[in-house]
Design a protein around this ligand. Sequence first.
Ligand code: PPE
Length: 304
Amino acid sequence: MKPTKTIWFDGKLVPWDDAKIHVLTHALHYGYAIFEGIRCNTTSNGPAIFRLSEHIDRLISGAKTYRMRLPYSRELLMGACLDLVRENGLEQCYIRPIVFSSFGELGVNPLQNPITGAIACWEWGAYLGDEGMEKGIRCAVSSWARIDARILPPQAKCSANYANSALAKMDAISAGYDEAILLTLDGHVAEGSGENIFMVRNGEVFTPTLDAGILAGITRSSVIQIARDNGIPVQEKNFTRDELFVADEVFFTGTAANVVPIREVDGRVIGSGHYPVTKMLQTVYLDAIHGKVEKYKPWLSYVR
Ligand code: PPE
């Protein structure tokens, strides 16, 4: 990670090296933090943040679920993201807001601790590699099940959820794959460790429903809209892993990942090795985030 000039830390812009917390910070011990991942991309009108309000709204909803009283308004957080990118002089970056139970008391109950927020940004390339974006990645179904709504609320982007993601991701990487696909406790396909999943069959696109323990991905909703706008039917429905094996195309979506074809699942090559629907959605999505599609310009917040 290449440091940038400044980080927004509890309301102020501070030098990168000064954005520090105590080792007894409550969230470090119990995972009680809500975060976001947002991208800012180059456009012909300078850098633009993609779907900023949706990301901040998801952060606020996650905080509500976890009974966090945020000391910042929605407008303040949105403004802070824009100021931060501008101050750092970046044309393109990943933005990471986080709100967490900070320093005060230890012990599971977070309610007596203050909530602190920080927002950092840095340059972050293709999450699953440039080659993955182009040629597709290799995935394995994980032996770890995806968190279930009775265990941790999957809709809240809570740091604790990512212990589940990290276990699946590490095992996939150690076994020589690029990414893990997690199933629900009852055996339906849920999502990747940090991406939503889709499959294409006979020209139709399918993706698991939100009650499959998945994050309500903002890229997922953008891609659903792009598909429908281009005459491709999309159905939210749950399916088992064997349906992935015989799909024509399978792909991941996510802020960090963008739209990435999956060329292999558990050693089975997907479809014909060509991904016309995925490639079309990837192209339009990339054009949209770079401000090249008139219709999707309302999704952008310009930094300057
Ligand atoms: N599921 C999970 C579990 C997830 O973490 C993400 C985003 C998504 C789906 C896609 O959501 P969206 O970004 O709104 O389309 N994962 C973020 C964090 C990745 C990381 O390694 O950190 C991201 O893509 O920013």
